[in-house]
Design a protein around this ligand. Structure first.
Ligand SMILES: Cc1cc2nc3c(=O)[nH]c(=O)nc-3n(C[C@H](O)[C@H](O)[C@H](O)COP(=O)(O)OP(=O)(O)OC[C@H]3O[C@@H](n4cnc5c(N)ncnc54)[C@H](O)[C@@H]3O)c2cc1C
Ligand code: FES
Length: 530
């Protein structure tokens, strides 16, 4: 999934350090036998785990300790200090652990152990805060005495793949079948508009899991498998090929699809959308033979594509109707910075404008005139892929309606990820969220609930977006706010913007304020639980 090794820093922990060097609640970065090791202390307990996040190699020593877990500063993965288990996505692989020996007033790390990624989970809950654990315990129902025999997952994206893995981590021994319309193994979708598209990520960073991995763990992934019908009374799904798969529990994780622009010429061969690995590869191929590109839409994906095409030295024009890119989501201060950042890298904006027609070698602007171009990428938003759910007449509300256990209106049918509209405990509203980490965590929660564990989904949404060397992190969910508090300066790349409604923080967007972002997440979690 990418990233590199951190340089070894700090003391050699295999030789030992005075215990007084590690205060209660503190972390210390060191190394042992060539591995970066993170020591963490909770009262009299001292833990030693790998210091490098298994997602994109984030530096865990710069993260946040929460109870007996550590959260990564970059994309908020959460690991158990006791076992190294990745108790919160986006990390799916565990960290190594070391034994800590205490002799008098010194401690040293000794034996290293590594767990299998799908080893049975030691965490009945995500293990993030005691309050949270108590709440989960209160909701927990006894796992059904007869576990389901067959679980079918439609969609092997963020939510589907995370759900399949979690089923095995929970020790589920029944049949797991994952059906996906695409030809590829599960892959790192966020990277498709970032390093991969820019040419900075090797192919091996992109797959999340290999065919062998699924086979080894008894996950039957059927690719090129487009599910066309969901038959509730018969408890089966049917593929376009006519093949059927019966289920005892079903997870719908069909994601979203790009909104298509109904303008003349939008079906031309040099017009691209970006959702899948196939799409990203097609854009790369076209970019190799192009000098100029027009990106229609200043969405996160549109802007990330613009940055990646600039990295490939194409001339890039972005056409979008808004006054400032991302202003509706991020507010004016961050939007001005994002615009300036892209301009600094040579992107030319045509804002408060739209494309009315696409020709062979140019696009026509509403404001008049044309822009010559060799290729076009359209990024004007996505809509949830709900055809299956609609056909089965599940309850819908701009997405598939689910309860706190992520169960749809049909018994034994669950939904997670981009398609699911769920009750958000923090705001009390029903929301639908289109983020990678959120989809993975919903998939993991749905896995628990399909086994009858009773695991209400209450994670705080989180996403990141990367533009050149700047990553914007966003925690919470604010569709509308009445107050925006800016702490710091986006242009100094040091800022946290708080979006509030009726005096209550709904979300925080930040640049290089990782601790603030992590702390906000914990605060919102606790408030959502109270
Ligand atoms: C280019 C790009 C960059 C992104 N960057 C970020 C980012 O930086 N940060 C972030 O938080 N989010 C990002 N996102 C959003 C994030 O990827 C999605 O929110 C997330 O993938 C949603 O997960 P999901 O499991 O709901 O759907 P998906 O990951 O889209 O998976 C759905 C799967 O279902 C399959 N499917 C659909 N219908 C059927 C059917 N009928 N039969 C069989 N299979 C079917 C699809 O082929 C697909 O593989 C990005 C998205 C894209 C496209
Ligand atoms: S690098 Fe740690 S969560 Fe992404």
């Amino acid at each position: 999934m990418g990233g590199g090794q951190q340089e070894l820093q700090g003391p050699d922990l295999s030789l030992g350090i005075p215990v007084a060097d590690l205060a209660d609640g503190a972390m210390l970065l060191g190394h042992a036998n060539g591995d970066a090791v993170l020591l963490a202390r909770r009262a009299d307990e001292i833990f030693a785990i790998g210091a490098t996040c298994t997602h994109y190699s984030g530096p865990l020593a710069e993260g946040l300790l929460v109870e007996d877990t550590v959260r990564c500063p970059w994309h908020h993965a959460c690991f158990s200090l006791r076992t190294g288990e990745p108790v919160g996505a986006p990390a799916l692989n565990p960290l190594p652990c070391w034994r800590v020996e205490r002799t008098g007033d010194r401690i040293r790390v000794t034996d290293k152990s590594e767990r299998d990624p799908l080893a049975p989970s030691d965490e009945p809950t995500r293990g993030v805060t005691r309050t949270r654990a108590r709440i989960h315990a209160a909701h927990a129902v006894a796992p059904s005495t007869r576990p389901p025999e067959r679980i079918v997952i439609v969609g092997a994206g963020a939510a589907g793949n995370a759900a399949a893995e979690m089923l095995r981590r929970l020790g589920y021994g029944g049949k797991v079948t994952m059906l996906d319309a695409e030809p590829d193994e599960p892959y790192d979708r966020p990277n498709l508009s970032k390093d991969y598209l820019a040419g900075n990520a090797p192919e091996e960073w992109i797959p999340i899991r290999s065919h062998e991995f699924h086979a080894e763990h008894g996950i039957d992934l059927v690719r090129n498998a487009q599910v066309s019908t969901l038959d509730l009374p018969r408890r089966e799904v049917q593929l376009t090929t006519g093949a059927t798969h019966g289920y005892d529990r079903l997870l719908l994780a069909t994601g979203a699809e790009p909104v298509r622009l109904p303008i003349p010429g939008a079906d031309r061969a040099h017009v691209h959308y970006l959702r899948s690995l196939t799409n990203s590869r097609a854009i790369i191929e076209k970019a190799k033979a192009s000098k100029r590109a027009v990106v229609i839409g200043a969405s996160f994906i549109g802007l990330e594509v613009a940055a990646s095409l600039r990295a490939r030295e194409l001339e890039v024009h972005v056409v979008a109707p808004e006054r400032l890119p991302l202003e509706r989501v991020m507010g004016a201060d961050l939007a001005k910075f994002v615009k300036a950042l892209h301009e600094e890298h040579g992107v030319v904006f045509h804002l408060e404008d739209t494309v009315t027609a696409i020709g062979d070698g140019d696009v026509t602007l509403k404001s008049g005139g044309t822009l010559p171009t060799d290729m076009i990428v359209i990024g004007v938003g996505v809509r949830p892929r709900v055809a299956l759910a609609e056909q089965a007449r599940l309850a819908m509300d701009r997405g598939v309606v689910v309860n706190e256990m992520l169960e749809t209106s049909a018994p034994h049918v669950f939904a997670a990820g981009d398609i699911a509209r769920y009750p958000d405990p923090y705001t009390g509203e029903r929301i639908r969220v289109e983020h990678w980490v959120h989809a993975q965590r919903q998939g993991q929660a749905a896995a628990r609930n399909m086994l009858g564990v009773g695991y209400p989904y209450d994670d705080v949404p989180f996403f990141w977006s990367a533009h050149y060397d700047v990553s914007i992190n966003y925690v919470g969910h604010a569709e509308q706010w009445d107050e925006m508090i800016v702490d710091g300066d986006p242009f100094a790349r040091d800022v946290a913007v708080r979006f509030q409604r009726a005096g209550r923080a709904l979300a925080i967007a930040s640049i290089f304020r990782d601790t603030v972002s992590l702390e906000a997440e914990v605060t919102m979690e606790l408030q959502g639980q109270s």
